[in-house]
Design a binder for this molecule. Structure first.
Ligand SMILES: Cc1ncc(C[n+]2csc(CCOP(=O)(O)OP(=O)(O)O)c2C)c(N)n1
Length: 317
């Protein structure tokens, strides 16, 4: 199990990377649309830390946190944000299609729900190969409004696949809340009708999420039944973009205030202080991570764009 400090470093890195994006985005050099993870750090770091390094993850267009939690690196990440040749996909993917297959970060997509059946396919392949790898697929609760979600959990349940479904529940699909979209009383109740191990949590405490995710992974490994985790969080920023949008009229700032009291990064920092870690020591770690991020941004800005012919490599259409 990672130490409390190790958890904190991961949470802080993700938050600070997105603060870096906010700082420079208005320069208009990062051309990619941004769907920010801010607010979801504990759920992502908690789950990824409970996986083995060789396990595979899939995500959505809102996957900065997932990429950083799985890879821990910021150079290829920022190069991709700046559309440069040194990016993970040579600048062709941007923020919405991040991947790092060599790290087990198999893919993300801008089209809602589309990585879920692909993740089920990967789990099927792993089961056939008997390689012990677990797949974790992250998606918003909006993906449950798509038929492919139900087909995917049906097959995974029927075929007893080694997969953990992680529903990142922020209650909103763009501006529309769950109550106006879903004709069932609760996500847990309905997915419990499938042959899956179902867990839910509203916690913003990374160590609590870690404990639940570790149990989910173990249960799936031992029983060969898929797991389904509904993990709630509050999206801090607008659906797409780097700003707050409490003036837009579809949600109240008071909701943010209530969630921010239990902000995942602050919760973990408080734990460290309570355990006796000195504030100055934490400050030094934060400074080092801030410097690493600024360095990655500077490198990305200076890096070259890919050659024109590159547009036709690594594409399948
Ligand atoms: C198939 C498809 N339908 C509609 C859209 C437009 N769209 C983009 S994001 C989004 C909301 C998805 O909400 P959710 O899955 O809860 O994820 P969140 O953005 O909250 O992380 C929609 C409808 C899309 N990208 N793909």
């Amino acid at each position: 199990m990672p130490t409390s400090l190790e958890f904190y470093k991961k949470l802080y890195l993700i938050r600070a990377v997105e603060e870096g994006i906010r700082k420079y985005y208005s320069e208009n050099e990062m051309k990619t649309p941004m769907h920010m993870s801010m607010g979801s750090e504990a759920l992502v770091v908690g789950v990824v830390s409970a996986l083995k390094k060789s396990d595979q993850v899939f995500g959505t267009y809102r996957s900065h946190a997932l990429y950083l939690a799985k890879t821990g690196e910021t150079n290829a990440f920022f190069a991709e944000m700046y559309g440069k040749r040194t990016g993970g996909a040579k600048g062709k993917a941007g923020s919405m299609h991040l991947s790092a297959p060599e790290e087990g970060f198999l893919g993300t997509s801008a089209v809602v729900g589309t990585t879920i059946p692909v993740a089920v396919g990967a789990a099927f392949a792993n089961k056939k190969k008997k390689n012990g790898k677990m797949v974790a697929v992250f998606f918003g609760e909006g993906a449950m409004d798509e038929g492919v979600f139900w087909e995917s959990i049906n097959l995974a349940s029927l075929w007893n696949l080694p997969i953990v479904f992680i529903c990142e529940d922020n209650n909103l699909a763009i501006h529309t809340p769950v109550l106006k979209r879903q004709g069932y009383a609760s996500i847990e109740a309905i997915v419990s009708r499938f042959n899956m191990n179902v867990i839910q949590s509203e916690s913003t405490d990374v160590e609590r999420v870690f404990a639940l995710a570790r149990k989910a992974r173990l249960t799936t490994e031992q029983t060969q039944r898929p797991s389904f985790m509904r993990l709630a969080y509050y999206r801090y920023l607008e659906h797409v973009g780097v700003n707050e949008d409490f003036e837009a009229g579809y949600r109240a700032k008071s909701e943010f205030d209530a969630w921010y009291k239990k902000d995942p990064v602050r919760v973990q920092k408080k734990r460290l202080l309570k355990k006796g870690v000195r504030a100055s020591a934490i400050g030094q770690i934060e400074k080092r991570l801030d410097a690493k991020i600024e360095e990655s941004i500077a490198h990305a800005k200076q890096a070259p764009f890919a050659e024109e012919g590159e547009a036709y490599t690594d594409v399948f259409a």
